[in-house]
Design a protein around this ligand. Structure first.
Ligand code: 5GP
Length: 211
């Protein structure tokens, strides 16, 4: 008897959205539901927040080390976001998808643009890449959320609001859009999208399946 399921490549799902859209909460909830979904741990030069662990939330490294890793060509993409450097290590993504593992990338809009560009000439990335934009129901709601979160200084909040204004114009570059008005609904939507992504035939290896 043939295999019931053909082998497949993993999904590399990029989720972007401005600070205050609720992206981190939505992606954390998805990861709790979808236990098999790996998280691409990024490098960053920003300081860890309370409770963040090196190697889990991020790899927290110095600017000097970050520059070295850029020079060594280790990043799939990198960008300066809100004044700090952030980058996705190619090793966090490509080896996994090749083995059929699904990976979630929580990266900003500049990073997503770079990965998309790279996928134009990289067949594996082209097959594995899926992109989701998470937006707030309105700009004033985004501002309210950023202010009530109160984890950042006024200066940082203002910088994030300025960036959000630019970022919110980019939603149409993504394949899927989620407007996070209600957190449970946003999580359910992302979960449903992910289930659909996992069934796409472009990632299945066809030879020998069915007959
Ligand atoms: P935070 O400092 O709040 O954890 O993240 C700030 C922003 O950086 C978020 O929009 C997040 O998606 C983005 N980010 C996190 N990791 C990466 C990465 O590896 N590359 C890029 N381009 N952005 C990232």
């Amino acid at each position: 008897m043939k295999n019931v399921k053909p082998p497949r490549l993993g999904v590399a799902i990029i989720v972007s959205g401005p600070s205050g859209a609720g992206k981190s909460t939505v992606t954390e909830r998805l990861r709790a539901i979808q236990r098999g979904l790996d998280f691409s741990v990024s490098c960053t030069t920003r300081a860890p927040r309370e409770g963040e662990k090196h190697g889990e939330s991020y790899f927290f490294i110095s600017e000097r080390k970050f520059e070295k890793r850029i020079a060594a060509g280790e990043f799939l993409e990198y960008a300066r976001v809100h004044g700090n450097l952030y980058g996705t290590l190619a090793s966090e993504v490509t080896d996994r998808v090749r083995l059929g593992r699904d990976v979630l990338l929580d990266i900003d809009i500049q990073g997503a643009t770079q990965v998309r560009k790279r996928a134009e000439t990289d067949e594996l990335l082209q097959k594995c890449l899926e992109t989701v934009f998470i937006g707030p129901p309105s700009f004033s709601e985004l501002e309210r959320r950023l202010r009530t979160r109160a984890t950042e200084s006024e200066e940082v909040i203002r910088l994030r609001l300025e960036n959000a204004k630019k970022e919110l114009t980019k939603w149409s570059e993504y394949e899927y859009l989620i407007i996070n008005k209600d957190i449970d609904k946003a999580v359910a939507d992302l979960n449903a999208f992910f289930d659909i992504m996992r069934k796409k035939t472009k990632r299945l290896q066809h030879s020998g399946f069915f007959i």
